[in-house]
Write a protein that binds this ligand. Structure first.
Ligand SMILES: Nc1ncnc2c1ncn2[C@@H]1O[C@H](COP(=O)(O)OP(=O)(O)OP(=O)(O)O)[C@@H](O)[C@H]1O
Length: 241
């Protein structure tokens, strides 16, 4: 079966600085891929290229075997959910409207609210948070962001630095929720992170970016035995003078 998403020889420069230097990556349907790499290695630029927020200089991105453009991009975005770094909730909307944001375009207010409450419950947040404003939720905003990401039952979900800024207990909870949701919905997932605990909880497969290329990729189970010094430095948080 063809991969759900194929990235072929993707290049992107800003001025004279080449950020992506020929990325090749495949993502199978139902797979959870975690992309790791040092700061500034192009993880976010790669994500923005997939979302159509950046135009690559060269290479292609295929969704279900066809270029990710026009109607195919619209179909992709239609079945897509995203958890942003630090949740990025809309400050001026109550939690339930944040979660139901997309649903409110196509469903009645009552239906949208009922689905929002169901998704909040899935991430362990009770109905008492529905009418709070994001500022009142503090440490649980990321879980509300996760409820928003899954509100429309997406087939593909992106998780951008899902544990950044969270305490270790909240981070562990988010990681476990993400893994649980990906398994129970069968969604295809791409996660960008520096957090090795996230990698070990969420990933089926791991890709390490380095200097604009995929330096190593493989199943999570192969990661610890891989022969790549930089990968091990990254996993173990080691530096070399
Ligand atoms: N719009 C832009 N204009 C110019 N340079 C950019 C732009 N966007 C990203 N860059 C540069 O591209 C490089 C890669 O950035 P990117 O944000 O993808 O890194 P990252 O791997 O996501 O890093 P981090 O882990 O720190 O978030 C950086 O050097 C960044 O400064």
């Amino acid at each position: 079966m063809a991969p759900l998403l194929s990235i072929r020889d993707l290049h992107k420069s800003f001025g004279r600085k080449e950020v992506l230097s020929g990325i090749d990556l495949d993502l199978d349907e139902g797979e959870s891929l975690v992309v790791i790499g040092g700061s500034g290695t192009g993880k976010s630029v790669l994500l923005r290229c997939i979302l159509g927020l950046e135009t690559p200089d060269r290479g292609e991105i295929l969704y279900k075997g066809a270029p990710l453009a026009g109607a195919n991009r619209a179909a992709f975005l239609d079945g897509f959910g995203m958890l942003f770094q630090n949740a990025a909730l809309f400050d001026s909307l109550p939690i339930w409207k944040n979660v139901a944001f997309r649903l409110l375009k196509t469903r009645s207010r009552a239906d949208a609210r009922a689905i929002a409450l169901e998704k909040l419950a899935r991430v362990g947040l009770g109905p008492e948070v529905a009418d709070l404003m994001p500022a009142e939720l503090s440490g649980d905003a990321q879980r509300a962001g996760l409820a928003r990401a899954i509100a429309a039952d997406p087939a593909v979900i992106f998780f951008d630095e899902p544990t950044t800024g969270l305490d270790p207990i909240r981070a562990a909870r988010i990681n476990a929720l993400i893994r649980g949701i990906v398994e129970e919905t069968g969604a295809t997932a791409i996660t960008i992170t520096h957090d090795m605990t996230s990698v070990r909880t969420i990933a089926d497969r791991v890709a390490l970016l380095d200097r604009g290329c995929v330096r190593w990729q493989g199943a999570l189970a192969e990661m610890d035995g891989a022969r790549d010094d930089y990968l091990h430095d990254f996993i173990e948080g080691r530096w070399r003078e």
